[in-house]
Design a protein around this ligand. Structure first.
Ligand code: EPZ
Length: 427
C-alpha cells in the first residue's frame, strides 16, 4: 500500500549492485579458497543464487551482512529446472560448471519477460572455447571433456550477460582469451575486478576489448560496487515527488545520463565528495522531449520505466525509445490506470504529462516496471495497492524501507490467501 503525495526528504545508502553480485557469486565457484562477499543484499535473486550454489555443492552462508563461500570441493552437474527458471542469472553457472566439473545439465534461464532474451551468444562463445552443447527441447546437455581453452571471440552485440559468461569461462580456461565487442557496463568491470582479486590477469577492463589469461584462482574478500539502478530509482522518485535527498554510495559517473536528464527537467543535482549525491526538486518537472536507451555509457534500459514514472506528471511531453528489449514498457497500462496520458507502441513510449495522478490498484509485471509503479504511486494523490511485489523483491531488498527512510508511507500488507478452506469448500 503506497500513500502518495508527500515530498521525499532524507538520506539513504545504496546497497551492493544486484547485477554485480549475481555473476560474482557464480564466478566465486572457480576459487580454490574462501570467498567473502561484503554487504550482500537480501534480494530474491541473491537467495535464488544461494539455493543454486547449494544445489551445486558450494553452499554460501550469511555472516553479518556478508556472504561466505568455501568453493573447491566436487561440483554438481545439474541445475534443477525451477532454479534455472527463477532468474536470468542462472545461466552464469554454466561456465563454472564446465570449467570445474566438465559437465552441465541445465534448462534455459528465466527472468523478467522483457521480450526475446536468447542465450546464443553465451553458448556460441563457450562452444568456441571447447564446450559441446546439445539442445533437446529446453534442456541443454553441455560438456567440456578437455576443459575450456582460450581463443578469440567477437560478440555481434555487447551483451552484458554473454560478456560475463565469457569472462568467467576465460578466467578458468587454458591460455589467453580475447573478447571483442564486450559490454562496458560497470557491473561487467566489477566482475572483472572480482576475478582479478582472485588472482586472474585481465586487461582492458571498462573497454570493449577484454584480454584474459586463464589460471588457478584463489579466494578473496570483495565489496561489489553500489547499485546504480537503485540510485536512479530514488533519484526519479525524489524528482517527481519533490524534496531533497542525499544518496550515500552513489558516485556520479555511472549516473551521469540520468543526472543530465533530471537537471533538464528542473532538478538540482550535485556531487558531494567522491561518492555521495544530492538531488533537490520542487516536484514541478518539465517534460524532457525525445530520449533513447542504449548500452553503457548511454541512458540505461533499466532506468527507462523509472524515468517514465517521474515524467507522468511533468509539464510537457517525453518520448522514450527503448533499443535493447522489445517489451520494456509493460508498466504503461498500469500507469494509465492512475490517470496518466500516454501511448505505448512497442518500443516507443510517449508521455503527455498530466497535473496529477490518482491512486489505483496496480500489478507489477517485471522488476523495474514494478519499481516504476512504486514511483508513480508515490507521486499520486491517495492510496495505491501494488501486487506482484515479488518481482520488485528480485532487485530491491525492502523498497518500503528504502523510501520509508525518506518519509514515504509504504506498508506491506498480507492479503488473505483464498484457500479452499476459507471459501468453505471441502476437499
Ligand atoms: C543484463 O541482462 C541485466 N541483468 C539487465 O538488468 C539489463 O537490463 C541488461 O543487462 C541490459 O543492460 C543482469 O545483469 C542480471 P544482455 P542481460 O545480454 O545480460 C540480446 C534488471 O532489471 N542478446 O545485454 O540479459 C538480448 O536479446 C535486469 O536488473 C542476444 O541476442 O542483457 C537483448 O536484446 C533486467 N543473445 C540484448 O542482447 C544473447 O546471447 C541485451 O541483453 C544475449 C543477449
Amino acid at each position: 500500500m503506497v500513500c502518495g503525495g508527500r515530498p521525499l526528504i532524507g538520506e539513504v545508502e545504496m546497497p551492493a549492485a544486484k547485477n554485480s553480485i549475481l555473476p560474482i557469486l557464480a564466478a566465486a565457484m572457480l576459487a580454490q579458497g574462501a570467498v567473502r562477499i561484503r554487504r550482500a543484499p537480501r534480494l530474491r535473486d541473491v537467495e535464488t543464487s544461494m539455493q543454486l550454489l547449494a544445489a551445486l555443492g558450494c553452499p554460501a552462508v550469511r555472516i553479518d551482512g556478508d556472504l561466505l563461500l568455501a568453493p573447491g570441493g566436487p561440483v554438481g552437474d545439474t541445475v534443477p529446472r525451477p532454479l534455472m527458471a527463477a532468474m536470468r542469472s542462472s545461466i552464469y553457472y554454466l561456465a563454472p560448471m564446465l570449467a570445474r566439473g566438465k559437465r552441465a545439465h541445465i534448462t534455459f534461464p528465466g527472468g523478467c519477460r522483457l521480450g526475446e532474451r536468447p542465450i546464443d551468444l553465451h553458448l556460441k562463445g563457450l562452444a568456441v572455447m571447447g564446450a559441446r552443447i546439445v539442445a533437446d527441447g529446453d534442456h541443454l546437455d553441455c560438456a567440456a571433456p578437455d576443459g575450456l581453452h582460450g581463443t578469440e571471440i567477437h560478440l555481434r552485440f555487447p551483451s552484458v550477460g554473454a560478456t560475463e559468461t565469457l569472462l568467467i569461462a576465460a578466467a578458468a580456461a587454458a591460455g589467453q582469451t580475447r573478447i571483442f565487442g564486450a559490454a562496458r557496463e560497470p557491473e561487467v568491470g566489477d566482475l572483472a575486478h572480482f576475478l582479478i582479486a582472485c588472482g586472474a590477469r585481465i586487461e582492458g577492463v571498462g573497454t570493449d576489448r577484454l584480454q584474459v589469461w586463464g589460471g588457478a584462482l584463489h579466494g578473496c574478500e570483495y565489496t561489489p560496487i553500489p547499485d546504480r539502478i537503485t540510485a536512479q530509482t530514488v533519484l526519479c522518485a525524489a524528482a517527481a515527488c519533490g524534496g531533497q535527498v542525499l544518496l550515500r554510495r552513489a558516485p556520479l559517473a555511472p549516473l551521469q545520463p540520468m543526472a543530465e536528464i533530471l537537471t533538464r527537467a528542473g532538478c538540482g543535482i550535485r556531487q558531494l565528495g567522491e561518492n555521495d549525491l544530492v538531488l533537490e526538486s520542487d516536484g514541478r518537472l518539465l517534460g524532457v522531449g525525445s530520449l533513447s536507451t542504449g548500452v553503457y555509457p548511454a541512458f540505461a534500459t533499466d532506468a527507462g520505466p523509472l524515468l517514465a514514472a517521474a515524467m507522468l506528471t511533468a509539464r510537457g511531453d517525453t518520448a522514450l525509445r527503448e533499443t535493447i528489449f522489445s517489451n520494456r514498457f509493460g508498466c504503461a497500462a498500469q500507469f494509465a490506470r492512475m490517470g496518466a496520458e500516454l501511448d505505448c507502441d512497442g518500443r516507443l513510449l510517449q508521455i503527455h504529462g498530466v497535473p496529477k495522478l490518482h491512486g489505483a490498484a496496480l500489478t507489477a509485471q517485471d522488476l523495474r516496471g514494478g519499481a516504476a509503479l512504486v514511483i508513480a504511486a508515490l507521486t499520486a494523490e491517495g492510496e495505491s495497492r501494488i501486487t506482484g511485489v515479488d518481482y520488485i523483491r528480485r532487485g530491491y531488498e525492502d523498497i518500503a524501507r528504502l523510501f520509508g527512510q525518506l518519509g514515504a508511507k509504504i506498508t506491506e500488507v498480507c492479503l488473505p490467501v483464498h484457500t479452499a478452506a476459507s471459501a468453505g469448500v471441502s476437499v
